[in-house]
Design a binder for this molecule. Structure first.
Ligand code: FPP
Length: 241
């Protein structure tokens, strides 16, 4: 089915989050090393960012490296770092041309110097862009994000920048990494796993969930449109009737 044709262009989710999962299984199925799965996965990042941009999505948040991913073998971590550098190096010009702003969720300064410098460059050179936000979660955990926000709120409170009455569910959002993105409409998790894995815990409050058995390296524009088409059939009540 051609889902791109079926999607209602007037009802596109403003903010999509994706847990990019299944790179390892994709490689294993083909008798390839896991690193090849990550390479194929990073090629999909290029395709899906472009598709989101063309569909007019305002924010895309990609889970690229979690706080738990440090437990992986060091050569796999190095490969992921290499892919990140490669992605920024090869895509930055296009991202700038398309007026996309890159934003990082998580403490990426814990990454190797080369990664930190490439990412910092990308952040600086896209900071004024406003057509779309590409949030990349790097060394990210949703619980850690909430704790960080809480600490920053307490610090602002102690410094009399805010009062206790200023703290509410909306103002809390300003302390999250996604403060510039619209509310998360749709969470996509490919590869058949049915869990949230510490991703965007606060932001997920009223998101629609879409799980797919397709592995991330096979998740193409048509799969994205299938998820959006499914999203468009949902009755979103936000707690109302
Ligand atoms: C999960 O698959 C995927 C990751 C931990 C990394 C995601 C990274 C990329 C797609 C590439 C780099 C990112 C960018 C933004 C260029 P898995 O290894 O857990 O797969 P498995 O569950 O099948 O083993």
């Amino acid at each position: 089915m051609n889902y791109k044709e079926l999607v209602d262009k007037e009802n596109i989710p403003k903010h999509i989050g994706i847990i990019m999962d299944g790179n390892g299984r994709w490689a294993k199925k083909r008798g390839l090393p896991r690193s090849m799965g990550h390479k194929a996965g990073s090629d999909k990042v290029v395709e899906i960012v472009e598709s989101c941009y063309n569909l007019g999505i305002k924010a895309l948040t990609l889970y690229a490296f979690s706080t738990e991913n440090w437990k992986r073998p060091s050569d796999e971590i190095s490969k992921l770092m290499e892919l990140l550098i490669f992605y920024v190096k090869t895509q930055l010009a296009k991202i700038k041309k398309n007026n996309i702003k890159i934003n990082v969720l998580g403490d990426y300064t814990k990454f190797p110097d080369k990664v930190v410098s490439e990412i910092t460059k990308a952040l600086n050179e896209t900071s004024e862009n406003d057509k779309m936000i590409l949030n990349i979660a790097l060394n990210y955990g949703g619980q850690q994000e909430i704790v960080r926000a809480t600490k920053n709120i307490i610090s602002d409170l102690n410094n009399n920048i805010i009062t206790l009455d200023d703290i509410n569910t909306d103002s809390f959002k300003k302390y999250l990494y996604t403060f510039e993105s619209p509310d998360l409409d749709l969470l996509i998790r490919p590869s058949g796993e049915l869990r949230v894995s510490n991703f965007l815990l606060y932001q997920l409050a009223y998101s629609e969930f879409y799980f797919s058995d397709v592995l991330w390296p096979d998740f193409d524009e048509n799969e994205l449109c299938k998820a959006i088409y499914d999203f468009q059939s949902r009755d979103r009540r936000f707690g109302g009737l």
